[in-house]
Design a protein around this ligand. Structure first.
Ligand code: SF4
Length: 400
């Protein structure tokens, strides 16, 4: 069971972040935002994959000019990532954007930040204040000295974390002065250990919702491990209100992996089948890798979170597939299919894929009709009231 840290809640175009809301999945388009049709197509693709918020970059005026057309067609709320020009923030707000992302390293002028905050308040638009390791390392000597003092350490890693927190505190003072609290925070780095420690420090210091992510995680093959190491560690300790996994690839992979991570940690309910498979070993009696790929493809048409196991032999298979709703134990030219522990039928190897699918579909139909229950219960993602504070610590909320 994961106890989530309860944070202030913000509303981004109807999507709640923080408080008792489930962890929100977000991603970012890789298109030029001014290319409206391509950007809308990518937003739709991400939304179809389960993305709940999509960020678009608006480095130029022609990007913010495109926003009304994009907002009109988008099925999910849109976040504008403002880089160096505060005018882009003002234009995006004017066009009805749902959230703004500001980098304290890029927009520093107090009067400009005040104006962005005033415009966001008028339209109830939350702001993400996103600090990146890359932008804080260029800070002034004064900031560095303050961070060194706060870190109480000569260790460069601890000083970096203290500097990131210091930069955030400094910037958030402007928001405090404006009495503006609809803020989401992020503290990204390319280094998963920096990410873990920076967010832990932020979770102790602020009660604002946290947007988790790494910068430049790399291609999915390696970025996946780096992202899951950092985000999984934080989420498992109750930290994180929205996540963006970022890869140098089609952003749909980011959304798929984000959902798998949240479902694995029982922070979100599965809505589609979960496929488990044996890792294969010297007892294998079938081309299991191919079978798993075929089963995975076929199961995409089922929209019930049935747990399906594909096992490579009948020796250890039944024990290892414990907890699966539907399982096949394959080998010696045949497959034995079980449904919730009960042996249903034995089929020839060539019929195994279709037979397994038929049993999965029939079981899913029974679940939908209320005649059967999934073996692992659905997760309650809305936490009840916070646990009582006994020591002044941040309140926790129960997720499961
Ligand atoms: S199910 Fe059989 S083949 Fe697969 S890992 Fe276990 S013992 Fe090996």
């Amino acid at each position: 069971m994961i106890r989530r840290r309860r944070t202030h809640q913000v509303n981004v175009g109807g999507v709640r972040i923080g408080g008792d809301a489930p962890v929100v999945v977000q991603s970012m388009t890789g298109t030029y935002t001014y290319e409206i049709d391509k950007t809308v197509a990518e937003i739709r693709k991400l939304a179809d994959a389960g993305c709940e918020l999509v960020r678009v970059a608006v480095p130029q005026k022609r990007d913010t000019d495109a926003l009304p057309h994009i907002l009109e067609q988008s099925p999910v709320p849109i976040v504008a990532d403002v880089h160096f020009h505060f005018e882009r923030a003002m234009e995006a707000i004017e066009h009805g954007i749902h959230k703004i992302r500001l980098n304290p390293g890029n927009i520093k002028d107090r009067k400009q930040v005040d104006r962005v905050i005033a415009a966001c308040r008028e339209r109830a638009i939350p702001i993400r204040v996103g600090v990146n390791e890359g932008s804080v390392v260029e800070r002034s000597d004064k900031d560095r000295r303050a961070a060194q003092k706060a870190a109480l350490s000569e260790d460069p890693h601890e000083q970096l974390i203290a500097l990131m927190i210091h930069v955030l505190e400094d910037y958030l003072r402007i928001f405090d002065d404006n009495d503006f609290g609809d803020v989401v925070l992020s503290l990204k780095s390319i280094d998963p250990v920096v990410v873990i420690d920076a967010y832990r420090a932020a979770a102790k210091r602020f009660d604002l919702p946290l947007h988790l992510g790494l910068t430049h995680a790399g291609p999915p093959e390696t970025g996946r491990i780096r992202s899951i190491a950092a985000l999984g560690t934080l989420l498992a300790s109750g930290i994180g209100d929205t996540i963006r996994i970022s890869y140098a690839a089609d952003p749909v992979y980011e959304v798929e992996d984000a959902h798998e991570l949240l479902c694995s940690l029982k922070l979100r309910n599965r809505v589609e089948p979960e496929l488990i498979a044996c890792p294969t070993c010297g007892r294998i009696e079938i081309d299991l890798i191919q079978l798993v790929a075929d089963v995975r493809r076929k199961l995409t048409s089922i929209k019930t979170p049935v747990k399906v196991a594909v096992m490579g032999c009948v020796v250890n298979g039944p024990g290892e597939a414990e907890g699966a709703d539907v399982a096949v134990f394959a080998g010696r030219g045949k497959g034995i299919i079980y449904v919730q522990g009960e042996q249903k039928r034995t089929v020839a190897e060539g019929e195994m894929l279709d037979a397994l699918y038929d049993e999965c579909e029939a079981f899913a139909d029974r679940v939908e009709r209320g005649e059967a229950k999934l073996s692992s219960g659905a997760v309650n993602i809305l936490p009840p009231d916070p646990l009582p504070r006994s020591d002044g610590s941040v309140p926790l909320s129960v997720v499961e």
